[in-house]
Design a protein around this ligand. Structure first.
Ligand code: ADE
Ligand code: ZN
Length: 326
């Protein structure tokens, strides 16, 4: 079995995936036409050429511009179903999708429109491919705490349809501590918490995500390797890191895949998984992330298996539900 066949055959969960980041330029242009929304680019090709990022912010600027074509329930459905079909082809048996309601409600798209469309696609994925899914509402950290509370208020009638909350967008200058009270309220409402930390931000942000937000997983977390005490804690407490190798290279966290610290994290005993983050922008879906990272870091088949198993163990499904995969 070659590496590609081996990777695709492994049951795996995708735990770090922004549904808005799966908007391929072809669909962006189709929705722009359907919804009469102007785009800053002339063609699909010109759009892909523009995806030459220097850091997280330079990506986010384009990502929010692209998301402007999403207006109707059908748009969110089509976006999510296309991703889920692609993930199924990669051997993903379970996907936990981040969505950013503020990206849409700020453009007057109702919260329920977003959720209805995403949820309908999730139901179809279960029926068609037996995939299980979770929806995680992510707060945009460049916005205020007050905005976050207003979004939580919009979400209140729908809490039973959400499986957790996350924290994303521009990391530097927006530490987890900014959202300590918001996340305390989310936890009080019974929502599990995850947070992006240590992507561009320092190890202190990872400590804050753990101690102030009580984050159950750390999204990215690669800068943990700068702090031995933090590494020891992440290993001891088996706090999952949802690592996204293509993203880290495209956003210049590491210069090349060969320089990525995923193997260092794995060797230190951390629960590391591989994920695609925003695959339409970063050059590949989850299986390609596994394949190219394994090749660049000379990962053994046992290590690749361990990463896939980590992804299933770190997911928000119960042990009973997980049993068929493990
Ligand atoms: N939103 C979408 N992708 C993101 C990333 N990699 N980091 C922070 N926010 C994001
Ligand atoms: Zn992310």
């Amino acid at each position: 079995m070659n590496l590609e066949e081996f990777v695709i055959a492994l049951p795996k969960a995708e735990l770090h995936l922004h549904i808005e980041g799966t908007l391929e330029p072809e669909m962006m242009f189709e929705l722009a036409r359907r919804n009469a929304v102007p785009l800053p680019w002339d063609s699909v090709e010109a759009t892909r050429v523009a995806y030459d990022f220097s850091n997280l912010q330079s990506f986010l600027d384009l990502y929010y511009a692209g998301a402007a074509v999403l207006l109707h329930e059908q748009d969110f459905h089509d976006l999510a179903l296309a991703y889920l079909e692609r993930a199924h082809a990669d051997g993903v048996v379970h996907a936990e999708l981040f969505f950013d309601p503020q990206t849409h409600t700020l453009r007057s798209v109702p919260f329920s429109t977003v959720l209805d469309g995403l949820e309908r696609a999730c139901v179809e994925a279960q029926q068609r491919w037996g995939m299980s899914t979770r929806l995680i509402m992510s707060f945009l950290r460049h916005l205020s705490e007050e905005d976050g509370f207003a979004t939580l208020d919009e979400a209140r009638p729908h809490l039973h349809r959400l499986h957790g909350v996350g924290l994303d967008s521009s990391e530097l200058g927006h530490p987890p501590s900014k959202f300590e009270r918001l996340f305390a309220e989310c936890r009080r409402l019974g929502l599990p918490v995850v947070a992006h930390a240590g992507e561009e931000g320092p190890p202190e942000y990872i400590f804050e995500a753990l101690d102030l937000l009580q984050s159950q997983r750390i999204d990215h977390g690669v800068r943990a390797s700068e702090d031995p005490a933090l590494m020891a804690r992440l290993a001891r407490e088996q706090i999952p890191l949802t690592v996204c190798p293509f993203s880290n290279v495209r956003l210049r966290v590491f210069d090349t895949l060969a320089e990525h610290n995923l193997k260092t994290l794995l060797d230190a005993g951390l629960n590391v998984s591989i994920n695609s983050d925003d695959p339409a922008y970063f050059g590949g879906y989850v299986a390609q992330n596994y394949i190219d990272t394994a090749a660049a870091l000379s990962l053994s088949r046992a290590e690749i298996k361990r990463i896939a198993r980590n992804s299933l163990q770190a997911s928000f499904v119960s042990d009973a539900q997980r049993r068929p995969w493990l």
